[in-house]
Every structure is written in C-alpha cells, then in structure tokens.
Design a protein around this ligand. Structure first.
Ligand code: ADP
Length: 256
C-alpha cells in the first residue's frame, strides 16, 4: 500500500509539473504573439511619417539654395531617414513571415529564374560580378516554396556577398539537386566571417565589429529574415567562412 501511495504521489507531482510547463508554454506563446503584433503595429505607424520626412527633405533640397555645409547636414538627415525606412521595412517583413495567420502557400519555383531576376535588378557593374551556375535539368532546381519569399532570400544573400567583398571580385550563385533538396550556394571572396561572429549571424540586429562591415550600410536583419524564410520552408542553412578569404552560404530547400 505504501508503494502504491508513493507511486500515486509521484504521478500527481508529475501531472502538476506537466500542467505548469504547459501553462508556461502558453504564456510564452502569448508574449511572442504580442511582440509580433507590437512590432508590426509600430513599424506600420512609423512608415508614413518617415515617408513624409523623406519627401520633405527632398523638397527642401530643391526649393532652398543651401550652402555646402547645410547641404551636408541635410544629406546626413536623409541618410538617417533612409536607414530608418530600411529597418522599418525589414521589421515589417519579419513580423509578416513570423505571423502564424500568414501560412506559407508553396508552389513549384524554378530557382535559376529567381536568381536571374535578383541579379538583373542590381546595378549594371554588379551584374557582371555575379555568376550563376545551374547543375542538372530543370526539375533538379525546382524548389517548393513561395516565390516572393525566395526572392527576398536570394536578394539578401547576394546583396551581402557583394557588399562584403571587393568590387572586382566575383560572386557565384550555384544551384544543384542533393537528394530531396535543392541546394542554393552563394559564394564570395570577400572579408569573411570570424568563427566568433558566425555563432551570432542569424540573430536580430547582429552586425560584425569588423571595420569593413561598419562602413557599409545595413540593418543586421537581412540574415534573420533569410533564416526565418528557410525555416518556414522546412529547409536549413549552413555557413562556411574564413576571415579574409570569403564566405559560402548554403541553403537547402525541399525540391518540388
Ligand atoms: P547587414 O544588414 O548588416 O548586412 P545581415 O543580417 O544581412 O545584416 O548580416 C549580418 C552580419 O553578418 C553583417 O553585418 C556582417 O557582419 C555578416 N555578413 C553577412 N553576410 C556576409 C558575407 N557575405 N561576408 C561577410 N560578412 C557577412
């Protein structure tokens, strides 16, 4: 009887612990939802006044004949506003892809077309820097995903590869099939990423302390967005990088 009583007591304690755990998960989930909604609302509210600010800066520059110093000050305000717009846009995007009410509607996407589109939208000298390599047949590089999100993913990876490497060095986007996945590999011969930094790459707002990074514009949200998109697609991402030599970002997406 003593043994049965002890087992019963243990079972009751376990059940209580499990219920507490469930409650904690529910609370965390509610907090996370609240955070997502708050960020989305805030970003949305910030967007219009920022757009108005940018328009007014431009207007001021045309209606007033500013001396060089004042022009410099206005240009700095303009750069700040442009940066803010980018942060707000990235935050809105993150909130959108993190919103459970916005499920992924996957379809068959021919990845070479996505990469071509992204490259053709970048400025002319940059286009020549990007080499696209497709290995295999059409069906080997068909991924199952959302074309808009995959476009954002490729844009962020290619932009980073170009931004963090010398203007004369080449960036390669290679596509191939590997088992049930389509692999998209974006390689550069740029500044590379230290092992210490590699741990934090996908964290919100992370930017390396490397001087070459600090002198370039950026929000530190690009790779967070990339990782969320990859996760939403049921894929995974790997990074191979050596400081001073270059980086390879390898994305595995489910094949269509
Ligand atoms: P950012 O807007 O700063 O480019 P990301 O989230 O896209 O933000 O990238 C985070 C950080 O990761 C960058 O600030 C940079 O330090 C590093 N990084 C990303 N891609 C590369 C790359 N191809 N080469 C070197 N460093 C990179």
């Amino acid at each position: 009887a003593l043994e049965v009583g002890r087992d019963l007591g243990r079972a009751v304690l376990n059940a209580r612990a499990l219920e507490r755990e469930r409650e904690l998960v529910r609370e965390l989930k509610a907090l996370d939802d609240y955070k997502t909604t708050l960020i989305a609302t805030l970003s949305h509210e910030l967007k219009s006044p920022l757009a108005a600010m940018l328009a007014n800066i431009e207007l001021l520059d045309t209606i007033v004949d500013l001396d060089p110093e004042a022009h410099g000050v206005l240009a700095a305000v303009d750069r700040g506003a442009v940066r803010l717009v980018k942060v707000v846009e990235d935050l809105l995007l993150l909130a959108k892809i993190g919103d459970p009410r916005m499920p992924l509607l996957p379809r068959s996407v021919y990845l070479p077309d996505v990469v071509e589109d992204v490259v053709s939208l970048t400025s002319i000298p940059s286009q020549q820097r990007v080499k696209i390599e497709t290995i295999g047949d059409v069906e080997d590089v068909l991924a199952l995903g959302d074309p808009t999100e995959l476009d954002i993913l490729v844009t962020n990876l290619v932009t980073n590869a170009m931004k963090y490497s010398d203007e004369s060095s080449e960036v390669t986007v290679a596509l191939r099939r590997e088992g049930a996945d389509v692999v998209l590999e974006c390689s550069d011969h740029g500044i590379g990423i230290s092992e210490a930094d590699q741990v934090h790459l996908f964290r919100e707002f992370f930017r390396s302390e490397h001087r070459a990074v600090r002198t370039k514009p950026g929000t530190g949200l690009g790779l967070t967005i990339v990782e969320r998109i990859v996760a939403r697609h049921g894929g995974r991402i790997e990074v191979d990088s050596t400081l001073g030599e270059g980086s390879v970002f390898r994305v595995f997406l489910p094949a269509a």
